[in-house]
Design a protein around this ligand. Structure first.
Ligand code: KIV
Length: 256
C-alpha cells in the first residue's frame, strides 16, 4: 500500500473499530510499536519535551523532526507514520508544502499540523501536492506561550462552535482525520458524530472514561512510564520503565 492508500485505510476505520495511535521518536520504539500492531505512529513534536528536555514544543525545528522521523521510519513496516510539522514550518502554503515534502522524504506517510480555519490554505496546498494531512484541533500545544498554559477547550458555546467550525473546515480542506486535544467530552462527541472523517482524541474523555472519539492517541513515555517528571492527569501509565532503568542501573553500580 502506498501512503495515500494507507491514509484512506485509516479513514475507512471510522465507525468500524477504535483507531490506535501512539507517539514514537526513535528506531527501537518505532519498531516495537509497529511489531505490536499499532495502527498509527505519530512522530510528534512532543519529542521536544519528552526526548530533548525543552519546556514545550515551541523549540522544535523541522531539522529535528526530519532526524527523528527518519529514525522511526527505519523501524516501521506496517503502521502509518505521521510526521508532525513543528511551529513556523507552515507559516505559508508554500513553506507548508516544502516542509511536508522534507518529512515525507524522511519516511513519513502523512503530516500533521495544528489549527483550524486559519490553516485551511496550508492543508489544501499540502493535499494538492499529494501528501495526506491529519489536522490537530482543540488545545494547540504550539500556542502555549500565547495562551499562557495548556487549557481545556470548548467550555463556552462560542469556543465550542468555533472548534466545530474549524474541524468541519479541516475536513472540507481534505484532512483524512483530525486529532482532537483536550476538548470537553460533549464537544468531542459532537465533532465525532458530525464529521465523516475519524477523530483521534487525547485528553477528551470525561470522568467515566467513555470513548468520545473514533480513536485514541497517547504519548509513549506516558504509557510506558519512561518520563516520570511530568505525566498529564488524563494519561494511563501501563509500565514503569523509569523504575526499571533506575533498578538496573543501581544493580549495575553495585555489581562492579
Ligand atoms: O506531538 C504530539 O505528541 C502530539 C500529540 C499530543 C497528539 O501532537
Amino acid at each position: 500500500m502506498n501512503s495515500v492508500q494507507k491514509a484512506d485505510a485509516i479513514r475507512a476505520l471510522k465507525s468500524q473499530r477504535p483507531i490506535s495511535m501512539l507517539t514514537a521518536y526513535d528506531y527501537p520504539t518505532g519498531r516495537l510499536l509497529d511489531e505490536a500492531g499499532v495502527d498509527v505512529i505519530l512522530v510528534g513534536d512532543s519529542l521536544g519535551m519528552v526526548m530533548l528536555g525543552f519546556p514545550d514544543t515551541t523549540h522544535v525545528t523541522l531539522d529535528m523532526m526530519v532526524h527523528h522521523t527518519a529514525a522511526v521510519a527505519r523501524g516501521v513496516k506496517n503502521s502509518l507514520i505521521i510526521g508532525d510539522m513543528p511551529i513556523h514550518s507552515y507559516d505559508t502554503p508554500e513553506q507548508a508544502v516544502a516542509s511536508a515534502r522534507q518529512l515525507v522524504e524522511a519516511g513519513a506517510d502523512v503530516v500533521k499540523l495544528e489549527g483550524g480555519i486559519n490553516q485551511v490554505d496550508k492543508v489544501r496546498a499540502i493535499v494538492a501536492a499529494g501528501i495526506p494531512v491529519i489536522g490537530h484541533h482543540g488545545m494547540l500545544p504550539q500556542r502555549v506561550l500565547e495562551e499562557g498554559g495548556y487549557k481545556k477547550k470548548g467550555k463556552t458555546a462560542k469556543e465550542s462552535d468555533a472548534i466545530l467550525e474549524g474541524a468541519l473546515a479541516l475536513q472540507e480542506a481534505g484532512c483524512f482525520a483530525i486529532v482532537l486535544e483536550s476538548v470537553v467530552p460533549e464537544l468531542a462527541k459532537k465533532i465525532t458524530h458530525t464529521l465523516e472523517i475519524p477523530t483521534i482524541g487525547i485528553g477528551c474523555k470525561g470522568k467515566d472514561q467513555e470513548q468520545t472519539c473514533d480513536g485514541e492517541v497517547a504519548v509513549i513515555t506516558d504509557v510506558v512510564g519512561s518520563y516520570p517528571w511530568f505525566v498529564p492527569p488524563f494519561a494511563t501509565q501501563r509500565a514503569d520503565v523509569a523504575g526499571e532503568i533506575s533498578r538496573a542501573v543501581r544493580g549495575y553500580i553495585n555489581s562492579i
